[in-house]
Design a protein around this ligand. Structure first.
Ligand code: S3P
Length: 172
């Protein structure tokens, strides 16, 4: 099982899908899995039940997927590694390889500014400088969790295919 983690906008789902096509493992996006199981989109879950409920369900579904012990490619949500014992759960299983897709702040701002409406954590930010400051602080808090991944892959200025090849080369 290959697990991709990193900040929102780092390309976890996109790269995960590219690799899934290359090596034939099924692709699962944790956010989409949660949406399917909860029959609500992420923004609705945040709105109706709040962030604590979301984090609890996220932890529950992550465990469900790990326990199923299937050969899948899993992309996590940006916050998943930072709550409960989620990172420990992933690191304690020898059949799981974790990859941190490390994108710089400028890359993230560029990608997220035009795509923030479905991301409740940043959807209320209406100024690009404010987004830059928010991501800078947030990444500083989250990086210690992301850095625990088995592999760190720098993604700035690389094509999805380049990133995918770099990841695949770690498998052999
Ligand atoms: C979150 C990231 C989102 C989603 C939720 C919370 C976060 O996932 O899980 O909106 O805390 O960073 P993506 O990283 O896939 O956008």
């Amino acid at each position: 099982m290959l697990v991709f983690l990193g900040y929102m906008g780092s390309g976890k789902s996109f790269v995960g899908q590219v690799i899934s096509e290359m090596i034939g493992f099924e692709f699962v996006d944790l956010d989409s899995y949660i949406e399917l199981k909860e029959e609500m989109n992420i923004s609705e879950i945040f709105q109706k039940h709040g962030v604590i409920y979301f984090r609890k369900r996220e932890n529950f579904y992550l465990k469900e997927l790990i326990d199923a012990d299937r050969n899948i490619i899993l992309s996590l949500g940006g916050g998943t590694p930072c709550y409960y014992n989620n990172m420990e759960l992933l690191l304690n299983k020898s059949f799981i390889k974790t990859f941190y897709l490390d994108a710089g702040i400028k890359t993230l701002v560029k990608r997220l500014w035009n795509d923030k409406k479905n991301r409740p954590i940043i959807s209320g930010i209406n100024d690009e400088d404010e987004l830059l400051e928010f991501i800078g602080k947030h990444l500083f808090e989250r990086r210690p969790f992301y850095q625990q991944a088995n592999y760190k892959i720098a993604v700035d200025d690389k094509s999805p295919r380049q990133i995918a090849n770099e990841i695949i080369s770690t498998l052999f």
